[in-house]
Design a protein around this ligand. Sequence first.
Ligand SMILES: [Zn+2]
Ligand SMILES: [Zn+2]
Length: 329
Amino acid sequence: MITDNNFGKRDKKGNWKPNDRIIPMPRFIIPFQPLRLLKWIFGWNGYIFPMQFIWAIITLVVWFLLTPSLDEFKEVNLYTLGYIFLRNSMIVFIYAGFFHLHFYIKKNQKNNFKYNAKFLEKNSKFLFKDQTKDNMIWVFLSAIPIWSIYEYFTFWSFANNYITLISWEQYPIYLLVLFFLVPIIRDIHFYLTHRLLHTKFFYKIAHKVHHHNVNPGPWSGLAMHPVEHVIYFSGILIHWIIPSHPLIALWHIFHAGIAPHAGHSGFDKIVFKNGMHLHTGTYFHYLHHKYFECNYSGDTSNYLDKWFGTMHDGSDESHRKMLSRLKLS
Ligand SMILES: [Zn+2]
Ligand SMILES: [Zn+2]
Protein backbone atom coordinates (compact mmCIF):
# COMPACT_ATOMS: atom_id res chain seq x y z
CA MET A 1 0.00 0.00 0.00
CA ILE A 2 1.33 3.42 -0.93
CA THR A 3 1.95 5.54 2.18
CA ASP A 4 2.33 9.26 2.63
CA ASN A 5 5.74 9.14 4.35
CA ASN A 6 7.37 8.51 0.97
CA PHE A 7 5.85 11.73 -0.37
CA GLY A 8 5.93 14.18 2.50
CA LYS A 9 6.41 14.84 6.19
CA ARG A 10 4.16 14.87 9.23
CA ASP A 11 4.78 17.42 11.97
CA LYS A 12 4.38 16.89 15.73
CA LYS A 13 0.68 17.78 15.55
CA GLY A 14 0.20 15.12 12.88
CA ASN A 15 -0.36 17.53 9.97
CA TRP A 16 1.11 16.28 6.70
CA LYS A 17 2.66 18.28 3.90
CA PRO A 18 4.06 17.11 0.58
CA ASN A 19 7.84 17.30 0.02
CA ASP A 20 7.57 18.88 -3.40
CA ARG A 21 7.05 22.60 -3.73
CA ILE A 22 3.94 23.62 -5.64
CA ILE A 23 4.83 24.48 -9.23
CA PRO A 24 3.07 27.47 -10.84
CA MET A 25 0.62 26.40 -13.56
CA PRO A 26 0.27 26.13 -16.49
CA ARG A 27 3.68 24.48 -16.64
CA PHE A 28 6.35 24.77 -19.33
CA ILE A 29 4.99 27.96 -20.91
CA ILE A 30 7.49 30.31 -19.21
CA PRO A 31 10.16 29.38 -20.29
CA PHE A 32 8.48 27.71 -23.25
CA GLN A 33 9.28 23.99 -23.50
CA PRO A 34 6.89 22.59 -26.14
CA LEU A 35 7.65 18.88 -25.75
CA ARG A 36 7.43 18.91 -21.98
CA LEU A 37 4.28 21.02 -22.26
CA LEU A 38 2.65 18.38 -24.49
CA LYS A 39 3.75 15.63 -22.12
CA TRP A 40 2.24 17.51 -19.20
CA ILE A 41 -1.02 18.14 -21.07
CA PHE A 42 -1.54 14.52 -22.14
CA GLY A 43 0.50 12.62 -19.51
CA TRP A 44 -0.68 11.07 -16.24
CA ASN A 45 -1.29 13.56 -13.41
CA GLY A 46 -1.12 16.32 -15.99
CA TYR A 47 -3.66 18.80 -17.29
CA ILE A 48 -6.18 16.28 -18.60
CA PHE A 49 -5.61 12.93 -16.89
CA PRO A 50 -7.05 11.74 -14.65
CA MET A 51 -9.39 14.26 -12.99
CA GLN A 52 -10.40 16.62 -15.79
CA PHE A 53 -10.94 13.59 -18.02
CA ILE A 54 -13.32 12.08 -15.45
CA TRP A 55 -15.25 15.39 -15.22
CA ALA A 56 -15.42 15.64 -19.03
CA ILE A 57 -16.83 12.08 -19.20
CA ILE A 58 -19.47 12.99 -16.58
CA THR A 59 -20.40 16.05 -18.71
CA LEU A 60 -20.66 13.96 -21.90
CA VAL A 61 -22.88 11.37 -20.18
CA VAL A 62 -25.09 14.20 -18.89
CA TRP A 63 -25.18 15.81 -22.34
CA PHE A 64 -26.06 12.66 -24.29
CA LEU A 65 -28.27 10.86 -21.78
CA LEU A 66 -29.59 13.28 -19.19
CA THR A 67 -30.24 16.58 -20.97
CA PRO A 68 -33.56 17.35 -22.70
CA SER A 69 -33.37 18.46 -26.35
CA LEU A 70 -32.83 22.17 -26.94
CA ASP A 71 -36.45 22.57 -28.15
CA GLU A 72 -37.64 21.80 -24.63
CA PHE A 73 -35.92 24.97 -23.40
CA LYS A 74 -37.73 27.34 -25.80
CA GLU A 75 -40.45 28.23 -23.34
CA VAL A 76 -39.76 28.70 -19.67
CA ASN A 77 -40.92 25.49 -18.06
CA LEU A 78 -40.58 24.89 -14.34
CA TYR A 79 -40.72 21.10 -14.77
CA THR A 80 -37.59 21.16 -16.92
CA LEU A 81 -35.88 23.49 -14.44
CA GLY A 82 -36.90 21.13 -11.62
CA TYR A 83 -35.56 18.17 -13.58
CA ILE A 84 -32.20 19.93 -14.11
CA PHE A 85 -32.03 20.67 -10.37
CA LEU A 86 -32.80 17.06 -9.41
CA ARG A 87 -30.36 15.68 -11.98
CA ASN A 88 -27.53 17.95 -10.76
CA SER A 89 -28.36 17.14 -7.12
CA MET A 90 -28.17 13.39 -7.78
CA ILE A 91 -24.83 13.69 -9.59
CA VAL A 92 -23.26 15.80 -6.84
CA PHE A 93 -24.73 13.53 -4.15
CA ILE A 94 -23.14 10.47 -5.77
CA TYR A 95 -19.83 12.13 -6.71
CA ALA A 96 -19.08 14.15 -3.54
CA GLY A 97 -20.75 11.45 -1.44
CA PHE A 98 -18.29 8.90 -2.83
CA PHE A 99 -15.32 10.90 -1.45
CA HIS A 100 -17.08 11.60 1.84
CA LEU A 101 -17.92 7.91 2.27
CA HIS A 102 -14.39 6.75 1.43
CA PHE A 103 -12.47 9.34 3.47
CA TYR A 104 -14.76 10.25 6.36
CA ILE A 105 -17.39 7.57 6.98
CA LYS A 106 -15.53 4.37 6.20
CA LYS A 107 -12.17 6.07 6.83
CA ASN A 108 -10.74 3.62 4.30
CA GLN A 109 -7.28 5.15 4.38
CA LYS A 110 -7.34 6.57 7.92
CA ASN A 111 -5.17 9.71 7.72
CA ASN A 112 -2.87 8.47 4.94
CA PHE A 113 -2.25 11.60 2.78
CA LYS A 114 -4.49 13.78 4.98
CA TYR A 115 -3.17 17.34 5.26
CA ASN A 116 -4.81 18.18 8.58
CA ALA A 117 -4.56 15.64 11.39
CA LYS A 118 -8.12 16.35 12.55
CA PHE A 119 -11.20 14.96 10.89
CA LEU A 120 -14.32 17.05 10.22
CA GLU A 121 -15.42 19.41 12.92
CA LYS A 122 -18.42 19.81 15.19
CA ASN A 123 -18.49 23.36 16.54
CA SER A 124 -20.63 26.45 16.70
CA LYS A 125 -19.14 28.06 13.57
CA PHE A 126 -21.27 25.67 11.56
CA LEU A 127 -25.03 25.38 11.09
CA PHE A 128 -26.33 22.71 13.50
CA LYS A 129 -22.79 22.80 14.98
CA ASP A 130 -21.77 20.19 12.42
CA GLN A 131 -19.44 20.82 9.48
CA THR A 132 -20.90 18.10 7.27
CA LYS A 133 -24.54 19.14 7.83
CA ASP A 134 -23.63 22.82 7.35
CA ASN A 135 -21.72 22.11 4.15
CA MET A 136 -24.48 19.92 2.68
CA ILE A 137 -27.12 22.58 3.40
CA TRP A 138 -25.16 25.23 1.46
CA VAL A 139 -24.57 22.73 -1.37
CA PHE A 140 -28.15 21.51 -1.84
CA LEU A 141 -30.12 24.61 -0.85
CA SER A 142 -27.95 27.22 -2.52
CA ALA A 143 -25.17 25.95 -4.82
CA ILE A 144 -27.21 23.53 -6.90
CA PRO A 145 -30.33 25.74 -7.26
CA ILE A 146 -28.17 28.69 -8.43
CA TRP A 147 -26.07 26.45 -10.73
CA SER A 148 -29.28 24.95 -12.21
CA ILE A 149 -30.84 28.37 -12.83
CA TYR A 150 -27.70 29.56 -14.66
CA GLU A 151 -27.62 26.35 -16.68
CA TYR A 152 -31.34 26.43 -17.48
CA PHE A 153 -31.38 30.05 -18.68
CA THR A 154 -28.22 29.59 -20.72
CA PHE A 155 -29.94 26.72 -22.57
CA TRP A 156 -33.12 28.84 -22.83
CA SER A 157 -31.06 31.63 -24.45
CA PHE A 158 -29.45 29.20 -26.89
CA ALA A 159 -32.85 27.67 -27.76
CA ASN A 160 -34.32 31.10 -28.52
CA ASN A 161 -31.25 32.35 -30.42
CA TYR A 162 -30.73 35.17 -27.94
CA ILE A 163 -27.07 34.16 -27.88
CA THR A 164 -24.86 32.82 -30.68
CA LEU A 165 -24.92 29.06 -31.11
CA ILE A 166 -22.39 27.67 -33.60
CA SER A 167 -22.36 24.08 -34.82
CA TRP A 168 -19.67 21.40 -34.45
CA GLU A 169 -19.93 20.75 -38.23
CA GLN A 170 -18.96 24.32 -39.06
CA TYR A 171 -16.48 25.16 -36.31
CA PRO A 172 -15.05 21.89 -34.94
CA ILE A 173 -11.56 23.23 -34.17
CA TYR A 174 -12.77 26.43 -32.49
CA LEU A 175 -15.18 24.44 -30.29
CA LEU A 176 -12.58 21.80 -29.47
CA VAL A 177 -10.07 24.48 -28.43
CA LEU A 178 -12.78 26.19 -26.37
CA PHE A 179 -13.61 22.85 -24.69
CA PHE A 180 -9.93 22.38 -23.89
CA LEU A 181 -9.57 25.93 -22.52
CA VAL A 182 -12.68 25.92 -20.30
CA PRO A 183 -10.77 24.87 -17.14
CA ILE A 184 -8.26 27.70 -17.63
CA ILE A 185 -10.98 30.27 -18.43
CA ARG A 186 -12.74 29.09 -15.28
CA ASP A 187 -9.65 29.45 -13.16
CA ILE A 188 -8.95 32.99 -14.37
CA HIS A 189 -12.56 33.94 -13.58
CA PHE A 190 -12.14 32.21 -10.21
CA TYR A 191 -8.98 34.19 -9.44
CA LEU A 192 -10.57 37.56 -10.28
CA THR A 193 -13.82 36.91 -8.42
CA HIS A 194 -11.96 35.34 -5.50
CA ARG A 195 -9.89 38.52 -5.05
CA LEU A 196 -13.18 40.44 -5.02
CA LEU A 197 -14.58 38.05 -2.39
CA HIS A 198 -11.59 38.78 -0.17
CA THR A 199 -12.41 42.49 -0.03
CA LYS A 200 -13.77 43.42 3.40
CA PHE A 201 -17.35 43.87 2.19
CA PHE A 202 -17.73 40.59 0.30
CA TYR A 203 -15.72 38.61 2.84
CA LYS A 204 -18.02 39.73 5.61
CA ILE A 205 -21.32 39.25 3.83
CA ALA A 206 -20.46 36.09 1.89
CA HIS A 207 -17.02 34.50 1.59
CA LYS A 208 -16.53 33.86 5.31
CA VAL A 209 -19.06 31.02 5.03
CA HIS A 210 -16.65 29.10 2.77
CA HIS A 211 -13.72 29.97 5.02
CA HIS A 212 -15.33 28.51 8.13
CA ASN A 213 -13.84 25.35 6.62
CA VAL A 214 -10.23 25.81 7.75
CA ASN A 215 -9.98 22.03 7.57
CA PRO A 216 -12.17 21.27 4.53
CA GLY A 217 -13.89 18.07 3.46
CA PRO A 218 -15.51 17.03 0.15
CA TRP A 219 -18.77 18.85 0.90
CA SER A 220 -16.88 22.10 1.64
CA GLY A 221 -16.07 22.59 -2.06
CA LEU A 222 -19.40 24.24 -2.83
CA ALA A 223 -20.27 25.28 0.73
CA MET A 224 -20.64 28.98 0.05
CA HIS A 225 -23.05 31.82 0.73
CA PRO A 226 -25.68 32.37 -2.05
CA VAL A 227 -24.03 35.70 -3.00
CA GLU A 228 -20.81 33.80 -3.60
CA HIS A 229 -22.66 31.15 -5.64
CA VAL A 230 -24.12 33.85 -7.89
CA ILE A 231 -20.57 35.14 -8.48
CA TYR A 232 -18.89 31.70 -8.62
CA PHE A 233 -21.22 30.22 -11.26
CA SER A 234 -21.35 33.46 -13.31
CA GLY A 235 -18.41 32.21 -15.40
CA ILE A 236 -20.95 30.47 -17.64
CA LEU A 237 -22.02 33.93 -18.87
CA ILE A 238 -18.96 34.02 -21.14
CA HIS A 239 -21.00 31.73 -23.43
CA TRP A 240 -23.57 34.53 -23.68
CA ILE A 241 -20.86 36.75 -25.14
CA ILE A 242 -18.60 34.61 -27.33
CA PRO A 243 -19.96 32.23 -30.01
CA SER A 244 -20.36 28.88 -28.29
CA HIS A 245 -22.34 25.66 -28.07
CA PRO A 246 -24.60 24.35 -25.28
CA LEU A 247 -22.28 21.37 -24.72
CA ILE A 248 -19.36 23.72 -23.97
CA ALA A 249 -21.54 25.81 -21.65
CA LEU A 250 -22.62 22.58 -19.90
CA TRP A 251 -18.94 21.56 -19.54
CA HIS A 252 -18.17 24.97 -18.08
CA ILE A 253 -20.85 24.83 -15.40
CA PHE A 254 -20.31 21.13 -14.65
CA HIS A 255 -16.61 21.80 -14.20
CA ALA A 256 -17.53 24.50 -11.68
CA GLY A 257 -20.01 22.16 -9.96
CA ILE A 258 -17.87 19.01 -9.89
CA ALA A 259 -14.23 20.08 -9.61
CA PRO A 260 -14.23 21.46 -6.03
CA HIS A 261 -15.29 18.28 -4.18
CA ALA A 262 -12.11 16.22 -4.66
CA GLY A 263 -9.98 19.36 -4.36
CA HIS A 264 -11.45 20.12 -0.93
CA SER A 265 -11.38 16.51 0.28
CA GLY A 266 -8.51 17.29 2.64
CA PHE A 267 -6.49 14.38 1.26
CA ASP A 268 -3.68 14.66 -1.29
CA LYS A 269 -4.38 11.25 -2.77
CA ILE A 270 -7.19 8.74 -2.74
CA VAL A 271 -5.79 5.25 -2.19
CA PHE A 272 -7.93 2.22 -2.97
CA LYS A 273 -7.64 -1.19 -1.32
CA ASN A 274 -6.08 -2.71 -4.45
CA GLY A 275 -3.28 -0.13 -4.23
CA MET A 276 -4.54 2.07 -7.05
CA HIS A 277 -4.26 5.76 -6.22
CA LEU A 278 -5.22 9.08 -7.74
CA HIS A 279 -4.14 12.61 -6.94
CA THR A 280 -7.25 14.28 -5.52
CA GLY A 281 -6.59 17.13 -3.15
CA THR A 282 -4.88 20.34 -3.88
CA TYR A 283 -2.35 21.38 -1.26
CA PHE A 284 -2.29 24.76 -2.99
CA HIS A 285 -5.96 25.47 -2.15
CA TYR A 286 -5.65 23.78 1.25
CA LEU A 287 -3.04 26.44 2.12
CA HIS A 288 -5.57 29.10 1.10
CA HIS A 289 -8.05 27.64 3.60
CA LYS A 290 -5.35 27.42 6.25
CA TYR A 291 -3.85 30.92 5.85
CA PHE A 292 -6.61 32.90 3.99
CA GLU A 293 -4.34 35.51 2.35
CA CYS A 294 -2.45 33.49 -0.26
CA ASN A 295 -3.16 31.22 -3.26
CA TYR A 296 -6.30 32.84 -4.64
CA SER A 297 -6.21 31.15 -8.04
CA GLY A 298 -7.49 27.83 -9.24
CA ASP A 299 -5.18 24.92 -9.85
CA THR A 300 -4.45 25.48 -13.53
CA SER A 301 -3.68 29.17 -13.19
CA ASN A 302 -1.38 29.50 -10.16
CA TYR A 303 0.86 31.72 -12.27
CA LEU A 304 -1.55 34.52 -11.40
CA ASP A 305 -0.59 34.19 -7.74
CA LYS A 306 3.08 34.14 -8.68
CA TRP A 307 2.68 37.32 -10.74
CA PHE A 308 0.78 39.15 -8.02
CA GLY A 309 3.12 37.98 -5.26
CA THR A 310 0.54 35.94 -3.35
CA MET A 311 1.85 32.45 -4.10
CA HIS A 312 2.51 30.09 -1.18
CA ASP A 313 4.27 27.03 -2.57
CA GLY A 314 4.36 25.17 0.73
CA SER A 315 8.01 26.02 1.49
CA ASP A 316 9.26 27.77 4.66
CA GLU A 317 10.67 30.51 2.46
CA SER A 318 7.31 31.38 0.90
CA HIS A 319 5.67 31.16 4.33
CA ARG A 320 8.10 33.82 5.62
CA LYS A 321 7.35 35.95 2.55
CA MET A 322 3.61 35.70 3.19
CA LEU A 323 4.03 36.74 6.83
CA SER A 324 6.11 39.78 5.93
CA ARG A 325 3.60 40.73 3.20
CA LEU A 326 0.77 40.58 5.75
CA LYS A 327 2.74 42.72 8.24
CA LEU A 328 3.15 45.42 5.60
CA SER A 329 -0.52 45.56 4.65
ZN1 LIG B 1 -12.08 26.52 -1.04
ZN1 LIG C 1 -10.96 32.58 -0.11
